[in-house]
Design a protein around this ligand. Structure first.
Ligand code: ATP
Length: 355
């Protein structure tokens, strides 16, 4: 088991930075998830840790060792790819043993390790089957066993669940997380699936355009997004455009709201609101710091929850998510309503725009 430290790790292709100054400290036994839109540099970062992509600058330390210039096979990492392609003509056990043979591990020791790895993923009884005789979820577990058989210091998972259907994905998520916790295995996973990231991670790294935008727990990212990108990418936000007139005075076309970020300079600003934190009522709300009249523009039924799009002004649209209760307030398209939120639940960022 080991701590993994990336220090100002960059990868440049010509003038283009696929990853830029990525600095991360992954604790021993921690499950860290790299999250971000397609092309943000997640895979590049993971591959630099694995040793498949050579960094342009920066360092990778694993435990006490600087592994930046070590070839992949000399780093003790276990990698599971999105396309975990098993050898179709080899049995499950042979698939898992394959890498050990390549590394010249003696047969008795290899057999022992294969049995151990298959046991860990609960496939001990299926070692003699061929991959095509397994379900998708079982095949995925073979791929995991293939990584665990090296007893890696760090487990690296690159979109490991994206080939599975939605239901299976949820099951395998939990399985991987439990296994990782029981082995106390330092793990870095790449995904663009926010729900997957939130359910599995100890901490998340939000990346965009090659750079780390924020590192934190689920709660950190949700309650204190570092910038507009994070506010829009983790959970949902609606954005009001306006200006900070005084340290706590945010003016938007629909009126004035109190801003809690006291350290921002006056000027163009954007307020981000979490739909779950927006309160909606038929008349003026008394229990909130910020109240605005608006008109319901769109209603979306999501079963237990309902999304309301509420127009505050030609430029300002607020999304509110309210519980679908039989006795609750249930506006319809065209209704005049009042929305509000507490100052603490709104984040204000400098500048205009929602990205
Ligand atoms: P996805 O979720 O789509 O896999 P990602 O966040 O993992 O995206 P990367 O695969 O790390 O993104 O790629 C980051 C950027 O670097 C992309 O714009 C990609 O086109 C570019 N890139 C990656 N590999 C190379 C390469 N070998 N040569 C040139 N550009 C590359």
């Amino acid at each position: 088991m080991a701590r993994l430290v990336l220090n100002q790790l960059s990868k440049r292709y010509g003038d283009f930075f696929a990853a830029r100054d990525v600095t991360l400290d992954v604790a021993d036994g921690e499950f860290l998830v790299l999250l971000g839109p397609s092309g943000c540099g997640k895979t590049t970062t993971l591959r630099m840790i694995a040793g498949f992509v050579e960094p342009t600058s920066g360092t990778v330390r694993l435990g006490d060792t600087d592994v930046t210039r070590l070839p992949a096979w000399k780093r003790n990492t276990g990698l599971v790819f999105q396309n975990y392609a098993l050898f179709p003509h080899l049995t499950v056990a042979q698939n898992v043993a394959f890498g050990l043979e390549m590394r010249k591990v003696a047969k008795p020791e290899a057999d022992k390790r294969v049995a151990e790895a298959l046991e860990l993923v609960r496939l001990g009884h299926l070692g003699e089957r061929l991959p095509r005789q397994l379900s998708g979820g079982q095949q995925q577990r073979v791929a995991l066993a293939r990584a665990l058989v090296f007893r890696p210091d760090v487990l690296l998972l690159d979109e490991p669940l994206s080939n599975l259907d939605a239901k299976l994905r949820q099951e395998v998520r939990v399985e991987i997380r439990k296994l990782q916790q029981s082995l106390n295995l330092t793990t870095v996973m790449v995904t663009h699936d926010q729900e997957e990231a939130l359910t599995m991670a100890d901490r998340l790294v939000v990346m965009s355009e090659g750079a780390v935008r924020q590192v934190g727990t689920q709660r950190d990212l949700y309650e204190r997004p570092a910038d507009r990108f994070v506010a829009g990418f983790v959970g949902r936000s609606s954005f009001l455009q306006g200006a900070l007139e005084a340290p706590q005075r945010f003016r938007t076309a629909g009126g004035i709201a109190v801003a809690c970020n006291a350290d921002l300079a006056p000027g163009a600003a954007t307020m981000a609101l979490r739909p779950e934190r927006v309160i909606v009522g038929p008349s003026e709300l008394t229990e909130v710091d910020n109240g605005f009249p608006g008109e319901v523009e769109f209603v979306s039924y999501l079963g237990g929850l309902i999304d309301l799009h509420i127009r505050l002004s030609p430029q300002d649209l607020v999304i509110a998510q309210i519980p679908n209760r039989e006795d609750g307030f249930m506006p319809e398209v065209g209704d005049k309503v009042h929305v509000g939120w507490t100052t603490a639940s709104a984040a204000v960022f400098a500048g205009a725009g929602s990205a």
